[in-house]
Design a protein around this ligand. Sequence first.
Ligand code: FAD
Length: 369
Amino acid sequence: MNPKDFITTKLFSSKAKIRILMEPFIGKSKDGYYQSVAEFVRRRLGQEFLDYAINPFVSGVFAGDPENLSVKSAFPKLYRLEEVYGGLFKGMIKGAKERKKRAEKSKQSAAMFSFKNGMSVFTKKLCDVLGNDILLNHRVEEIKKDNQNYVVVTNVNGEKKEIKTQSVFITTPAYVAAEILKNMDGYLFNQLSTIYYPPVLVLNVIYRKDKLGQVLDGFGFLIPEKEKKSFLGAIWNDSIFPNRGDENFASFTIFVGGARQSKIFENDLNEVINQVLSEFEQIMKIQSQPESIKYKFWEKAIPQYSIGYVEKEFAINTFEQRNRGIFLGGNYRGGISIGDCIKNSEIHFERLSNFVRNNLFIEYRREIN
Ligand SMILES: Cc1cc2nc3c(=O)[nH]c(=O)nc-3n(C[C@H](O)[C@H](O)[C@H](O)COP(=O)(O)OP(=O)(O)OC[C@H]3O[C@@H](n4cnc5c(N)ncnc54)[C@H](O)[C@@H]3O)c2cc1C
């Protein structure tokens, strides 16, 4: 949190702290485009920082494995700090000064958000605003080119319907976009359909507060791979979002699997849950059974921006240039967090609006001529 905390923390050995302080003296890498997050961090900050800070952090954000994620695509800001400023410390100091000049807020200090009644409030509100303009239960199966237009083929309870349009904004998962556009671009299909989405099991458990041996004095915890536990980490929901639960009970969200531990699901799911809860109860010093257990299994959870992701980004950009009026968005492009998805939607919406405005203008010119 500050230099004094860094020196006194027991989270890292003295050797690791000295290695971290050497960061400003480490040079740039030559092949940054194909560098993993692990290689980048090992080189700049050392193995221990990778094992005990970055490895759990990456599993918390991407449910990912730092050895396979591309630093350029998954953490572009980190990559840019080295590219632009020559190092992370130098970049953070200079970047903070530049932000101060622009009176801009750092992302680290931006507030965490949710809704009192859960995230579905957001989509329900969008639905209310769009009203009859939104067509529900229309599964898009294909998009075809038809002269200057596109035909969106949908499946509504087994019945095919076609919608003719000049522009389309596709925000399905990448593997669905791949299928939808398969007949238009085989190269794009290959690139999008090979984006890896590892499985994640999300467990929601509730215990009586008086049975907890651990004080809930944080957000929760993430587990470094080296600790060899059968889950990735847990969120202490009442600490992050107070006033949601009952004062006598504590609720937790536990994450299992991801790219680091996808093989765990080769075992029986009930066995996995029992093993995870037994380890969780040991860590949290809980002396009783949970009052409630709910779970959701995400077979394809989060897209991994793996090494070589630049080629997928290139394929998407090229496809959009060749097929004017089609825009691709969603969490496989430009960031996986809800915040990034919202920010990128605004960017793509702006591009789409410009396209529609230009088209209207061209049509108008054609008519008056
Ligand atoms: C377990 C888990 C925990 C997460 N936790 C956080 C967190 O704490 N904070 C955070 O910022 N992010 C978190 N994320 C990431 C974030 O939730 C996602 O990256 C984000 O919601 C993705 O939004 P999206 O619109 O790209 O995709 P989605 O929300 O997946 O939307 C895709 C849409 O496409 C629709 N669709 C699919 N196929 C078709 C078709 N053929 N025709 C028409 N429509 C179709 C689907 O119905 C869906 O509505 C988490 C993700 C997971 C899996």
